[in-house]
Every structure is written in structure tokens, then in C-alpha cells.
Design a protein around this ligand. Structure first.
Ligand SMILES: *[C@@H]1O[C@H](CO)[C@@H](O)[C@H](O)[C@H]1NC(C)=O
Ligand SMILES: *[C@@H]1O[C@H](CO)[C@@H](O)[C@H](O)[C@H]1NC(C)=O
Length: 204
């Protein structure tokens, strides 16, 4: 059985007019993968998300997909940050602190991230008729997550250039905020010296 972690129901995301989200991840297998998926209440579309396959990253924002050609080599840690500003109508994608992609976000799209949605790490999900979060199979991350955070501000290139260990002010890497079926593993090899979550921790 695949394991995944979801934001606790009592930890809610506010509506955001701009944001930054960062994740530190390490893939172990060359499969289709999902880093995180956020869905608005009652919506099937991905409000905000990140995943990939072979040498492409896919970023979802308001149901729209953006594809970026970049290879995240296996067994290495990669820091991926997305920033978005509704006012500036732009989405930026940073890998290891370098901006690789900037895309305009259509002005017709909503200018606010929907609040109170559902967020999963390492796997995509849907909400069933009983309101329970269910994982989608076939595209979960076979690897590790070392850090995740969401901030209510669009960080600039200058701020993202240096690795930061600051906790997200909207969602932080504090596992009390998360419901997880995989125990976190302390890891001192990481720059921020925290723990990692093995999203691939089932026994074959
Ligand atoms: C990001 O940095 C790490 C550590 O320096 C490196 O192993 C990894 O390959 C880098 N990722 C990319 C996509 O450049
Ligand atoms: C979002 O959740 C908070 C806290 O549970 C609640 O007070 C608020 O009414 C909710 N807002 C919407 C739009 O559902």
C-alpha cells in the first residue's frame, strides 16, 4: 500500500493573492511522479501542484498546466520553488534557486488561490462522496521529501537564490500540521538538518 501525507483537516489554507511554495525532493525511480497537489473544495481540477515525468516538470495553477523541460536526476536532492502573483499575473519556477521559467497567468483566470482546499504531498488525490481524501494511484513520488512550505508572498529571485531554512508562514514543515502514515526519518545530511519523509516506504 502506498503511503502519503495530507494536511490535517484543521490546518486550512487561506485565500492567497500571491504565494511561494518550495519543496525539496529526491527521486529514486524514473517514474511519473507527484510532488504535491492542492485542490479547491469541490473541484476536480488541480488548483496548485507540481509533478513530472522523465525530463519534464508539470506545474498546475488554476487547472492550467505548464510544462518545463528540466531533468531532476535520480538520487539527488532538488529544490523546486513556484512563485505566483495575481497582481503581476505571473508564475515563476525556480530550481535550486535559479529561475528557469516565467509564464504569464491569463488575466481571465481567478486572481486568488481558493481557500480551505485539500493538500497532499507525494501523491495526487481526489475527495470522495463522503468528503474523504483518497489518493490517486500510478503517479506518486517514489522518493523522499526533505522540506515543504507555503508562504503568503511572492519571493523574488534574490531571496530564493540562497537556500533558506525558514518555515512557511501558511503551511510549514512541522509534521504536527500533517497527517502521515510514514514515520519521518531524522536526517542530518540535509542543509536544514531536519527529517525526511519517505513517500516510498512500503515493503514490496
Ligand atoms: C540541485 O542541486 C543539487 C545539489 O547541489 C544537485 O545534486 C542537483 O542535481 C541540482 N539539480 C538540478 C536540476 O540542477
Ligand atoms: C474556511 O475554514 C475556516 C476554518 O475552518 C472557516 O471558518 C471558514 O468559514 C471557511 N471558509 C470557507 C469559504 O469555506
Amino acid at each position: 500500500k502506498f503511503k502519503f501525507i495530507i494536511l490535517q483537516p484543521d490546518a486550512v489554507l487561506p485565500a492567497l493573492k500571491e504565494l511561494s511554495v518550495c519543496i525539496l525532493l529526491r527521486r529514486n525511480f524514473a517514474t511519473h511522479w507527484t510532488a504535491f497537489v492542492y485542490k479547491a473544495p469541490g473541484s476536480k481540477d488541480i488548483e496548485l501542484g507540481l509533478g513530472g515525468i522523465s525530463s519534464y516538470l508539470t506545474v498546475w495553477l488554476f487547472g492550467q498546466e505548464h510544462h518545463i523541460e528540466v531533468e531532476l536526476k535520480l538520487d539527488e536532492w532538488h529544490s523546486v520553488c513556484l512563485t505566483w502573483s495575481g497582481q503581476a499575473q505571473r508564475l515563476r519556477i525556480y530550481i535550486n534557486g535559479t529561475c528557469l521559467h516565467e509564464a504569464p497567468v491569463k488575466p481571465s483566470l481567478r486572481q486568488e488561490l481558493a481557500q480551505n482546499g485539500t493538500l497532499t504531498l507525494g501523491v495526487s488525490h481526489y475527495v470522495d462522496a463522503n468528503g474523504e481524501v483518497q489518493q490517486e494511484s500510478g503517479n506518486n513520488l517514489l522518493g523522499d521529501i526533505g522540506l515543504f512550505g507555503i508562504w503568503e508572498r511572492e519571493w523574488g529571485a534574490e531571496e530564493l537564490r540562497r537556500p533558506s531554512c525558514a518555515d512557511g508562514d501558511v503551511v510549514s514543515w512541522d509534521l504536527r500540521q500533517w497527517k502521515h502514515t510514514c514515520p519521518p526519518v531524522p536526517d542530518n545530511s540535509l542543509y536544514c538538518g531536519k527529517y525526511i519523509v519517505k513517500s516510498f516506504c512500503y515493503i514490496l
